[in-house]
Design a protein around this ligand. Structure first.
Ligand code: NAD
Length: 337
């Protein structure tokens, strides 16, 4: 059956890694009717706005998207389109798996999943500066908002995810010692839900700074981590660094109204247009999309092919110490598929 899905190639290296991913999906025989739309900087250039209505309408219809990275100006400029999409479609769960693929690295047994709350906390957009005297930015304020229901649904999602995927433990990561209201509510709610899974899924909790250190000392102790928005954003980049970097880190944004699949990394302007980006993260995001659609066999074939190319064929992009260009890597994975 052909499935309609929205495709946003994105900015920077987005079009290169998206083209590579489509080649592999094609080789898999995965049938998608892509509705190509724009977002981010490329949408500003084409439609005068970073998030055109046509893009939102398309996702509203298909409820499914494969998205490349979108550039967000640092400091000033328009607000993040990624954050806007997550809020618009209530994509409350950001699922970011990290697994050792490349052998002989610093850690051989990393296999963890970070479940990040994706719509609340410090990312709600209550971000202001205040004028005092002549200084228009004398004071800056960002507010974090957490709701009991938001905490409940992400913690429940994490435990259900653990159950469905044969995981053994959920670690609740927080900063409730300092952020007593917001992080405190998250921890309190998580501790109320965890006992419902006693005997099936173990639970523990860690303060975020300790969790960040423990990730480097002994990442194999982690199985599933559930945490709030900003901590999940930072810890998932850290986790990807344990196993070879952002080029291997996929993510899924799952919500009540749609699901959007993407790499964890950004638009990598430093290497854009050079044909050297690693498309693995975007390919692994496509595998998560196939899992989501119940196409488990196709998803497993994609992951196997990718691992074989990196480990056995030793065809690797530069970020993994190889010399392969994006297109060459993609052709090799497509052949293995
Ligand atoms: P980045 O993830 O784009 O790049 C960080 C470093 O990792 C760079 O050195 C880059 O070359 C490298 N890298 C990233 N992906 C790679 C790949 N596939 N292959 C090889 N190397 C790769 O982070 P940044 O530079 O901090 O951000 C650039 C832009 O991306 C910003 O505008 C930011 O807002 C945006 N961003 C978007 C998303 C998203 O769309 N989901 C996520 C993160 C950042």
């Amino acid at each position: 059956m052909t499935r309609e899905a929205t495709l946003i190639a994105g900015d920077g290296i987005g079009p290169e890694i998206t083209e590579a991913t489509l080649l592999v999906l094609d080789a898999l025989g995965a049938k998608f009717d892509w509705d190509e739309q724009y977002g981010g900087m490329s949408a500003v250039e084409k439609a005068g706005t970073p998030l055109p209505n046509a893009t939102l309408d398309s996702i509203r219809r298909t409820k499914l998207a494969l998205k490349g990275p979108l550039t967000t100006p640092v400091g000033g400029g328009y607000r993040s389109v990624n954050v806007a999409l997550r809020q618009e479609f209530e994509l409350y769960a950001n699922v970011r798996p990290t697994k050792t693929i490349v052998p002989g690295g610093r850690y051989d047994k990393v296999d963890l999943v970070i479940i990040r709350e994706n719509t609340e906390g410090l990312y709600v957009g209550l971000d202001h500066t205040f004028k005092v005297g002549d200084d228009p930015k004398a004071v800056a304020q960002t507010m974090s908002v957490m709701t009991r229901e938001g905490c409940r649904r992400i913690v429940r999602f994490a435990f259900e995810y653990a159950k469905q995927h044969g995981r053994k433990k959920v670690t609740i990561v927080h900063k409730a010692n300092i952020l007593k209201a917001t992080s405190g509510l998250f921890l309190e709610t998580a501790r109320m839900i965890a006992p419902e899974y006693a005997g099936v899924i173990a639970a523990d909790d860690k303060i975020v700074d300790n969790a960040a250190m423990q990730l480097v000392i002994n990442p194999a102790q982690f199985d599933v981590i559930v945490t709030t928005n900003l901590f999940g954003d930072i810890l998932s980049d850290e986790a990807s660094g344990l196993v070879g970097g952002l080029g291997l880190a996929p993510g899924a944004n799952i919500g009540t109204k749609a699901a959007i699949f993407e790499a964890v990394h950004g638009s990598a302007p430093d290497i854009a247009g050079r044909g050297i980006a690693n498309p693995s993260a975007q390919m692994l995001a496509a595998a998560m999309m196939l899992d989501h659609l119940g196409e488990l066999d196709a998803a497993a074939r994609l992951r196997r092919a990718l691992e074989t190319v990196i480990v056995k064929d030793n065809v690797r992009t530069r970020d993994l110490g190889g010399t392969a260009a994006t297109a060459e890597f993609a052709r090799t994975v497509a052949r293995r598929v």
